[in-house]
Design a protein around this ligand. Structure first.
Ligand code: AMP
Ligand code: MG
Length: 316
């Protein structure tokens, strides 16, 4: 299959609406979209990614009013979160409407719903014939794609179209909150932080990273994720790095250890999050065997970076 690379939102939407699989930019990471009204496109999407069928897809909407098209119940807490954080990097898990196929929700009675803020994503979703199911646009298990080049690297020849956009502004996947139960639960940390969520809904609880493998509330979290080919060593600012290898790299905010052949020193947590997956891919391209990654604290956006690092390192 030939993958059409385009800058035209209209052209990408025509391909989507005729049952094609189309990658598109969002503020979190690039998404791989299929219209939920096209069952064969949904199948092709799982095949292209190599994604297990029991890992549900997030449904992307153009406007908040469409939530009622895919969810049958919106709790008071969910409504508050929607009011504050939609459109934006937040996914809510809600009880699903019968119109959403089980292939999207992996057989669950709930559906993940997000309304992205990126203007190109919004225009694409506005032109879509129905809501768009879209996981991250990478091969399953690899770091999410945060640039159109990374999408091509993984999916060229496997998808119908790539709508080219700018690099993802956030670089980490959306925050996920399960609002389908009695108490809202943070399933995945992201750019909307736990602290921010709690200013609106104080009762939000968390689940331990290690717990997600044993009792996967968020099915996708039990799979290996975000992993480069290199081994990852998590370090903290105060820790002394003793082990050194010639083909080693470092990413973090503090000064790097001596002797690394590739390094990315970030000035803020936001920059760290934005650069992380691209850096992993760069390390792979340069055959780096070992990556030292500074592990931030759980405060604010640090929680999301920490979560991805723990998973990439195989601890969760
Ligand atoms: P990705 O789109 O690649 O960022 O992955 C989507 C994530 O959302 C996966 O970890 C899924 O398990 C999770 N997700 C999607 N829908 C649901 C749902 N209905 N319930 C729980 N988690 C979900
Ligand atoms: Mg993903």
């Amino acid at each position: 299959m030939q993958t059409k690379l385009t800058d035209s939102v209209e052209e990408a939407a025509v391909i989507l609406n005729s049952g094609g699989v189309v990658a598109f930019p969002t503020e979190t990471v690039y998404g791989l979209g299929a219209a939920i009204c096209h069952p064969e496109a949904l199948l092709q999407l799982f095949r292209a990614k190599g994604r297990p069928a029991d890992n549900p897809l997030i449904v992307h909407l153009y406007r908040i009013g469409q939530v009622a098209e895919v969810a049958c119940e919106v709790s008071v807490q969910a409504a508050k979160l929607i009011e504050h954080y939609f459109p934006g990097p937040l996914t809510l898990v809600l009880k699903k409407n019968p119109s959403v196929p089980y292939s999207v929700t992996a057989g669950l009675e709930t559906v993940g719903v997000r309304c992205p803020a990126n203007p190109v994503a919004r225009e694409f979703l506005r032109l879509a014939c129905c809501p768009v199911a879209a996981p991250s646009a990478n091969r399953s298990g690899l770091p999410s794609a945060t640039s159109w080049e990374a999408v091509m690297e993984d999916l060229d020849g496997k998808i119908d179209c790539l709508l080219r956009g700018t690099p993802s502004a956030i670089g980490l996947e959306s925050t996920i909150v399960d609002c389908s139960g009695v108490k809202p639960v943070l399933l995945r940390a992201g750019a909307i932080t736990l602290e921010q969520l709690r200013t609106v809904v104080p009762e939000i609880t968390t689940i331990a990273v290690t717990e997600t493998k044993v009792r996967p509330k968020c099915p996708g979290l039990k799979y290996p994720h975000y992993a480069p080919k290199a081994s990852i060593i998590l370090c903290t600012e105060v820790e002394k790095i003793t082990q050194k290898e010639s083909a080693a790299a470092y990413i973090g905010i503090s000064e790097p250890p001596e002797g690394v052949s590739l390094q990315k020193v970030c000035s803020t947590l936001e920059e760290y999050g934005r650069e992380l997956f691209g850096f992993f891919r760069l390390c792979d391209a340069k055959n780096i065997g070992l990556i030292y990654c500074e592990l931030p604290s759980e405060e604010g956006f640090g929680r999301a970076i920490r979560d991805r690092l723990m998973r990439a390192a195989g601890f969760a």
